[in-house]
Design a binder for this molecule. Structure first.
Ligand code: B1M
Length: 207
């Protein structure tokens, strides 16, 4: 696990996927690989970036290694998608924010629990959230933000949802590093998830 973490920090995507294959062959659980190597690797990358030891290209190549690792593990994390859906969830990263990895992980975990996830991407403006809610009629909306300057968009989306008359039958979940429970309450969200499992458990509790 430590070796894999280092490979992701170094942005060595080829060796990282190779190491994941070895860890699986040794009998490691795919969830443990995500939680004990991939996520801690990105935390370390963030720390290096904050300390100015890493720059944007370093973030990008580390993110690529993480994404390729997750793409490899995804079929093992997501259970049979042909089984009956527990409900639709629209998921997106808010306007101005290009961070994709946490959202993708939330999507994988919700799918694996049996929800149908409609991932509408990154840098999503309020109008596109509204369009997706109208089109898919989901039981819940999940929004992610990784920047303190973009988390305020979550409130913009919630206001737009209320104005469009779509708030009543919709649960709204928010998450991402700068978000917390107090902020979720302040902007009128129903739930703040510090991790994908808490979001999954919340949703399982409301269906
Ligand atoms: Co950016 N970035 N980044 N970045 N980046 C952070 C977030 C930062 C904390 C790094 C740092 O300074 N230490 C910092 C934000 C500071 C702040 O605002 N407080 C930062 C910055 C400053 C920036 C730029 C502004 C840098 C620049 O250009 N000068 C820029 C902004 C671009 C933009 O968005 N407009 C930028 C760009 C990028 C890359 C594009 C290079 C790349 C993203 C690539 C990609 O996503 N494809 C990147 C990366 C990789 C990071 C770090 C290193 C890692 C993020 C990540 O993927 N973490 C990050 C540092 C860090 O977070 N430690 C950093 C792993 C992921 C699994 O965790 O997304 O938190 P996370 O998701 C978690 C939970 O939060 C939760 O579950 C997930 C799994 O546990 N969760 C939810 C998330 N959403 C949820 C929703 C839920 C429930 C739970 O319900 C709906």
């Amino acid at each position: 696990m430590e070796e894999l973490k280092k490979l992701v920090i170094d942005g060595d995507n080829v060796e990282a996927v190779d190491r994941i294959q070895k860890l699986l062959a040794e009998g490691n659980d795919p969830n443990d690989i995500v939680n004990n190597a991939l996520i801690p690797a990105m935390d370390k990358v963030g720390e290096l970036f904050q300390n100015k030891e890493y720059f944007i290209p370093d973030l990008l190549i580390a993110a690529r290694a993480m994404e390729e690792g997750m793409a490899f593990l995804k079929p093992l994390l997501v259970k049979d998608e042909s089984s009956k859906s527990l409900g639709k969830i629209v998921l997106g990263t808010v306007k101005g924010d290009l961070h994709d990895i946490g959202k993708a992980l939330v999507g994988i975990i919700l799918k694996s629990a049996g929800f149908e996830v409609i991932d509408i991407g990154i840098d999503v403006p309020a109008e596109e959230f509204i369009e997706a809610i109208k089109k898919h009629n989901p039981i819940a909306l999940g929004m992610c933000a990784l920047l303190t300057i973009t988390m305020i968009e979550m409130e913009v989306v919630i206001k737009a949802i209320k104005e469009a008359g779509l708030r009543d039958n919709l649960r709204i979940l928010v998450g991402g590093a700068p978000v917390n429970d107090d902020y979720a309450k302040e902007i009128g969200a129903d739930f703040y998830g510090p991790d994908p499992t808490s979001a999954k458990n919340y949703l399982l509790g409301i269906i």
